[in-house]
Design a protein around this ligand. Structure first.
Ligand code: SF4
Length: 231
């Protein structure tokens, strides 16, 4: 999905159509199919078809959020690296647009949009990207947007206060990672992704979480942890 939208945005504005996106999806498929990451998923033919279908659906949903032919694209898949709040930062910005009010950071999402209470935390990513873009490009973006394809746009203006708060949370997370590495103590953080965690068999809390979710029907049948734990 990212690759197709990257190539689509590299086209002249008038050619950014669903028909062109469909052609790009077809021509880039072998690249995805043969990549190490995709091969490692070991999907059978049916699962591959579902993967392609879900990817295409996400691509097509872009037109529900905007008309890409109207977007003034400044860069796609832009690598940014900077020191933010004293923390080394590297990111790949899906898209940078030049809008009438300045640069806009856009990040595509295929998951569900956040609940209202989780929005500020979700927006930290685009605020950190904005800070990195400012350092790399010498211009601070004015807005950051998360495009939840098939759903809605979550957007924020980029303010001094917003960046400061995001950077503080980022530096705090970096500090806690450092403390965990120094003491070799990592607190388990259980959740639905324990079902896909390769360490689950060595993690008592994760095992208990997977068992709990299986017992209430909240763990997908294809979650690898079910095979690893034999449940
Ligand atoms: S299984 Fe354990 S280590 Fe893995 S994600 Fe869950 S809590 Fe974290």
């Amino acid at each position: 999905m990212h690759r197709v939208l990257e190539l689509l945005c590299a086209e002249p504005a008038g050619k950014r159509t669903t028909e062109r996106a469909r052609e790009l999806a077809a021509t880039t498929w072998p690249e995805t199919r043969d990549s190490n990451d995709f091969v490692a998923l070991t999907l059978d033919d049916n699962a591959q078809r579902q993967f392609r279908w879900r990817s295409w659906t996400a691509i097509e949903k872009l037109w529900d959020l905007e008309d890409p032919a109207q977007v003034n694209v400044a860069a796609t898949e832009a690598k940014v690296s900077a020191s933010i709040g004293g923390v080394p930062f590297f990111g790949i910005v899906d898209r940078l647009d030049t809008a009438s009010d300045g640069l806009v950071v856009t990040d595509y999402k295929t998951g569900k949009p956040p609940r209202p209470g989780d929005v500020p935390e979700k927006l930290d990513q685009v605020l950190l990207y904005a800070a990195a873009v400012e350092e790399d490009w010498g211009e601070r973006p004015t807005r950051g947007r998360l495009y939840f394809l098939g759903n809605r746009i979550v957007e924020t203006t980029v303010s001094e206060d917003g960046i400061r708060a995001a950077v503080e949370r980022f530096a705090e997370a970096w500090g806690s990672v450092g403390r965990a590495c120094a003491t070799d103590h990592f607190d388990p953080l259980v959740g639905p992704l324990c079902g896909w965690c390769p360490y689950v068999a060595d993690c008592a809390e994760g095992t208990a979480e997977v068992e709990r979710r299986v017992s209430i029907g909240r763990m997908r049948e294809d979650a690898p942890a079910r095979t690893l734990l034999g449940i």
